[in-house]
Design a protein around this ligand. Structure first.
Ligand code: GLA
Length: 528
């Protein structure tokens, strides 16, 4: 090899060598730097994908940047060695809930670890999901592709008329708590069958609500389309109606739902018409990516929700309108009603754990005066029967939700309920509290050391008293009879235990019971 040939050949061979083993010199230094779209197939094999965007900065073997989230990204940190990438998110402490919100302080998210390789301009990534390893393929995109669309003009605020629905809190079933992304047509039909055969429909449960992940995209005319899991939504609605039940659906004012599926952004009127044409009777409208685009204040949220509320009313189909905005911007103080809402979420998402249900349920009492027929506070759906709580805890869940006049939307598999679950979800005496025809709010009689006494008057002059024990050991819980309304205090009363379904003798100056840990004794007091 001549010296001059060697001078040319050696660097060339080095570059070629690096290229062949997959590491171009520039790549080894900074080549991953840029914006990446990581596409993950959604659960349930419905043919849809979820996009997750990263901004990656590479410096030699060090990776930093962000998992792109609005308003703030989640920092990432990691390494890139050879063609092997490894990085992990570093979730910040969530901000305190907005002033006036009852939403509890959220715990920090868990860090997510990504491992993978760089091949042919793509990152092949793997991460540990709830149900096993999740694979995704990331490709470089422009910064613009990672940005939400600009906001659309919002309507001038007005007070929409009451649609006349939900005179008592809605009752039904929703797919999310049990199925999340794995709900499909067969499961919904099965749930409609079980709603009737189990006696749930006789007990008052009416709505079969399909939550997120039914969506595919839009056809050439902009109509929203269903994915493989729901081949014919109209036929499904017909089936649910044929059982004497009603059917609900889910969408978002943002371009993407919370699970990353197609939202109604810019198609509100068109989607409301589609839902009405399919025969939909209930819409849960979940803020989700709407928050990436619009301001998070009461007038803006009112306008966003009014837009769909008005579109639904213009279909002239009776459709219950369920606002899902996690208790932001004090929705209960007025704009929830004005925007046409029949119910509005007052909290973040419930989960099937005592801590979650207890934290959410007992934080809602002060909001009870804001509820009224047609317009209800929604502390999220029921977890009864999903297996994460004890029977005592589920009885507390049902009692509390009924005292709060919360929507009773079951979230379990109705096809396989134990007798205990049935006895809780179908306790007619407890449901009657929730569904009292003349709504009067629950009040806190006393609250000390995790012992709570709640009282709610009913239309027939009786009151229901809930003796709750949130502690980890059995406890005696009592309420002086002097705390009863004047119509009952000092009078002869009948006392009925609504979980034992029997009259109890409590003639002294106090109503009292020994209450199991995390349990409740629910008493109905009537004049004798
Ligand atoms: C949000 C809602 C949930 C559920 C999911 C679906 O988290 O609060 O109730 O609808 O979205 O993605």
């Amino acid at each position: 090899m001549t010296p001059s040939f060697r001078a040319l050949f050696v660097p060339f061979a080095l570059v070629l060598g690096c290229f062949l083993i997959g590491i171009r010199p520039s790549l080894a230094q900074t080549g991953l730097t840029g914006y990446w779209d990581s596409r993950t197939p959604n659960a349930g094999g419905d043919g849809t994908f979820r996009d997750t965007y990263f901004e990656i900065q590479q410096s030699g073997e060090t990776i930093s940047g962000n998992l792109i989230r609005r308003p703030n990204g989640i920092p990432i940190t990691g390494t890139f060695k050879g063609n092997v990438i490894h990085f992990v998110t570093v979730p910040p402490t969530p901000p305190a809930p907005p002033a006036g919100s009852t939403a509890p302080q959220r715990p920090p998210q868990r860090p997510i670890t990504f491992d993978g390789t760089y091949q042919d301009g793509k990152l092949l990534l793997e991460t540990q999901g709830r149900n096993g390893v999740v694979k995704s393929v990331a490709e470089k995109v422009t910064k613009e592709a990672t940005m939400p669309p600009p906001p659309l003009p919002l309507p001038a605020l007005k007070d929409l008329p009451d649609n006349g629905l939900a005179r008592t809190p809605p009752m039904g079933w929703n797919s999310w708590n049990k199925f999340a992304g794995r709900v499909d047509d067969a499961a919904v039909r099965g749930m409609a069958d079980a709603m009737v055969s189990s006696g749930m429909s006789k007990a008052g449960y009416v709505y079969i609500n399909i939550d997120d992940t039914w969506e595919l995209g839009r056809d050439a005319a902009g109509n929203i389309t269903t994915n493989k899991k729901f081949p014919d939504m109209k036929a499904l609605a017909d089936y649910v109606h044929s059982k004497g039940l009603k059917i609900g659906l889910y969408s978002s004012p943002g371009p993407k739902t919370c699970a990353g599926y197609e939202g109604s952004f810019g198609h509100e009127v068109q989607d409301a018409k589609t839902f009405a044409a399919w025969g939909i009777d209930y819409l849960k409208y979940d803020l989700c990516s709407g928050l990436d685009i619009y301001k998070d204040d009461a007038p803006t949220l009112q306008a966003i929700y009014q837009k769909m509320g008005e579109a639904l009313q213009e279909t002239h189909r009776p459709i219950i309108y369920s606002l899902c905005e996690y208790g932001r911007a004090t929705v209960w103080t007025g704009w929830g009603t004005k925007s046409g809402g029949n119910l509005w979420r007052t909290t973040g998402d419930i989960s099937d754990r005592w801590e979650s249900m207890d934290r959410i349920g007992f934080s809602q009492i002060k909001l009870a005066p804001y509820a009224k027929p047609g317009h209800w506070n929604d502390p999220d759906m029921l977890e009864i029967g999903n297996g994460g709580m004890t029977a005592d805890e589920y009885r507390t869940h049902m009692s509390l939700w009924s005292l709060l006049a919360a929507p009773l939307i079951a979230g379990n598999d109705l096809r396989s309920m134990t007798d205990e679950t049935k006895s809780i979800l179908m306790n007619a005496e407890v449901i009657a509290i929730d569904q009292d025809p003349e709504y009067q709010p629950v009040t806190s009689v006393s609250s000390k050391d995790k012992i709570e006494v709640l009282m709610r008057p009913l239309h027939d002059g009786s009151v229901v008293v809930g003796l709750f024990n949130r502690t980890d050991a059995p406890a005696d819980v009592q309420m002086p009879r002097s705390s009863l309304p004047a119509t009952l205090a000092g009078k002869k009363t009948a006392v009925r235990d609504l979980w034992k379904h029997e009259a109890v003798t409590m003639d002294g100056d106090v109503l009292q019971a020994n209450v199991p840990s995390h349990g409740v004794v629910l008493l109905k007091i009537s004049a004798r």
